[in-house]
Design a protein around this ligand. Structure first.
Ligand SMILES: C[S@@+](CC[C@H](N)C(=O)[O-])C[C@H]1O[C@@H](n2cnc3c(N)ncnc32)[C@H](O)[C@@H]1O
Length: 268
């Protein structure tokens, strides 16, 4: 058998084995994921209507599970509770509470108005110890209704530009410094896309992650650059601001005055 043929055959066998191992590990991780969801009581929600994809729900579960112990999470727009259950399930391990704000009158929903509160309570009964329902319009929400600071906020209520901006502006001051604000339907509702675009362009918020039509934002983290630190003492002796854009140069401290050069004898 020619050597080149033998090498090609070995390569094909190796690739085949790797492909099989990959497929097996995918099946195993799917089975584990299913068992995890079942153990959390999420698998039984399979037939409950929702407006979120399985990947978005997994992301909400993960975001909540990464919050600090005893975290405060807020959801605006809970509908019949599927996203609420995923957020609450994420909080189970380390404790915490989820405030759910909704009129539960199916406002702005394509199916038209109806009372969805009984469905919400029934679907979320397993997480009743974690969930605090607040039946009101989001515009009526006050800090006094919540425990602050908030570690994670999920906004999925009225998707018009004015309403989603008002929701964002209401909750942003209540957010912990490392907190996250997630918004749903960013790729499907122009009002939400416009708000997210404006927030990112404004520079006060940064993209922390995205799955399908769900994005989550955080406050930008500045790299501690000595020439932007507001202390002249921290600036290196040759700090120069001449290359910085104008608005950064305006914020930079004045470079320290050059020290007079002394000979060793003079210094004494
Ligand atoms: C898209 S659904 C939420 C879906 C839910 N997050 C899920 O993934 O299953 C929007 C919800 O927001 C509620 N809603 C709409 N406008 C509201 C407002 N101004 N204040 C409070 N809730 C509102 C509706 O009643 C509805 O239940």
């Amino acid at each position: 058998m020619p050597a080149a043929f033998r090498t090609g055959l070995r390569q094909r066998v190796k690739l085949g084995m790797l492909w099989r191992a990959g497929a097996l590990s995918r099946r195993l991780s799917e089975a584990l994921h299913m068992r995890y969801r079942t153990a959390l009581g999420l698998a039984e929600l399979a037939d409950v209507p929702r407006y979120t994809t399985p990947r978005e729900l997994d992301a909400l579960l993960t975001l909540a599970s990464r919050c600090r112990p005893g975290a405060n999470v807020l959801e605006i727009g809970s509908y019949v509770g599927v996203s609420s259950c995923h957020l609450a399930a994420g909080l189970l391990r380390r404790g915490g509470r989820l405030f759910c704000v909704d009129t539960w009158n199916n406002e702005t929903m394509p199916e038209g108005p109806r009372d969805t509160y009984a469905d919400f309570l029934n679907n979320t009964r397993r997480f009743a110890g974690t969930i605090r329902p607040l039946r009101m319009r989001s515009a009526e929400l006050l800090a006094a209704h919540l425990q602050l600071p908030l570690d994670l906020v999920f906004i999925d209520g009225d998707h018009s530009y004015e309403a989603v901006r008002a929701d964002f502006e209401r909750v942003a001051p209540w957010l912990a410094p490392q907190g996250l604000i997630a918004l749903h339907d960013v790729t499907t509702y122009p009002g939400v896309s416009r708000l997210v675009g404006e927030l990112l362009a404004g520079g006060q918020w940064a993209l922390a992650g995205q799955v399908d039509s769900l994005v989550w934002l955080r406050r930008p983290r500045w790299i501690d650059t000595p020439w932007l630190t507001p202390s002249a003492a921290a600036a290196p002796p040759d700090a120069s601001v001449t290359d910085l854009p104008q608005e950064l140069a305006a914020r930079a401290p004045a470079p320290p005055r050059a020290r007079p050069r002394h000979s060793a004898g003079e210094r004494a």
